[in-house]
Design a protein around this ligand. Structure first.
Ligand SMILES: NC(=O)c1ccc[n+]([C@@H]2O[C@H](COP(=O)([O-])OP(=O)(O)OC[C@H]3O[C@@H](n4cnc5c(N)ncnc54)[C@H](OP(=O)(O)O)[C@@H]3O)[C@@H](O)[C@H]2O)c1
Length: 281
């Protein structure tokens, strides 16, 4: 398999490239300098030149707060980008997997959001990703759209990814205790992205580690337990205490109801323990 991965400096892209190489694929991993996905001509010509069996789109404008004031740049990457890649993949006959987000949902639902729920995004970032989904589906009905939960992994700069380092520093920190999501290990996600790329599937898939999900505080407290760090290092705050520019869904837990499609993802506690194993003293 020849797999082209976009946004190759990002957290998920790096793990996806690693996983695909480990499994014997030829990987063409392109950062923004080599392929700006917002540039339609560039997308068409790179994919025409490379003729990959599959494209996994990991490129995105992911700064949720900055998106509120940088709407044009956000839509260029998150809406134009996937559409451009979808059109290019359709033209070249490549499979196309594009990552979307749990933030396409507004958070009012109790329980889990499934593929049957209608998005109702509440932030610029969420709206741009939903627009990207709609344009991808319209451009290339065979495309696969993966909505992932809260992703963490090696090289990640987000809160969940940084928790082991923060615990090692032994400096107290706060974590939101009233916002619920489904943690998603980047390695588990990457394996499934590849599996989907090889499959004959199409449409929307929700991918997140299974279990009841948790809050940021619940994730951090569990990490304390696993690592053997002092639980006093983490204290609970409310999401509203942070007064951030972009609203976030208070519940964006994902589950899949796609019939018999694939094996379930590992439980989030199992995957978190694996991620933390290098930090356990
Ligand atoms: N992290 C999460 O918790 C989470 C949750 C749900 C879904 N997702 C989705 O998962 C995917 C991967 O996220 P991630 O956490 O790996 O993000 P990330 O670490 O921020 O990586 C995104 C990469 O995309 C690149 N990029 C931005 N605009 C681009 C463009 N126009 N053309 C080409 N590359 C571009 C960025 O490059 P620069 O560094 O140059 O900007 C960056 O290297 C995204 O679709 C994101 O929306 C993430």
């Amino acid at each position: 398999m020849k797999i082209l991965i976009t946004g190759s400096n990002g957290m998920v892209a790096r793990t996806a490239a690693q996983v695909c190489r480990e499994l014997g694929d030829e990987v063409v991993a392109l950062d923004r300098a080599r392929l700006n996905i917002a540039d339609r001509e560039a997308a068409m010509s790179v994919i025409d030149l490379e003729k990959p069996d599959a494209v996994i789109n990991c490129a995105a404008f992911t700064n949720v707060d900055l998106a509120e004031t940088e709407e044009a740049a956000c839509y260029a990457a998150n809406a134009d980008g996937p559409e451009n890649l979808a059109l290019a993949c359709k033209e070249s006959g490549s499979a196309f997997v594009s990552i979307s987000t749990d933030y396409v949902f507004g958070g009012k639902k109790e329980g889990f959001y499934t593929e049957e729920d209608t998005p109702d995004p509440i932030s610029v970032y969420g709206r741009s990703k939903y627009e990207g989904e709609l344009r991808t589906e319209a451009a290339y009905p065979a495309a696969i759209i993966v909505r992932a939960g809260w992703i963490y992994g090696p090289g990640g700069i987000n809160f969940l990814s940084k928790i082991p380092e923060m615990l090692e520093e032994k400096k107290p920190f706060t974590a939101i205790g009233d916002v619920f999501g489904t943690p998603t290990n980047s390695y588990d996600l990457a394996l499934r992205l590849r599996e989907l790329a090889l499959s004959k599937a199409s449409g929307i898939f929700h991918l997140a580690n299974i279990g009841e999900g948790t809050t940021y505080y619940g994730f951090a407290a569990t990490a304390c337990d696993v690592i053997g760090a002092k639980s006093e290092l983490v204290s609970k705050i409310k999401g509203a205490d942070l007064d951030r520019p972009a609203p976030r869904p208070v519940n964006s837990r994902l589950a899949s109801v796609r019939p018999g499609s694939f094996d379930p993802m590992p439980h989030w506690l199992t995957s978190l323990r694996g991620y933390l194993s290098p930090f356990v003293s």
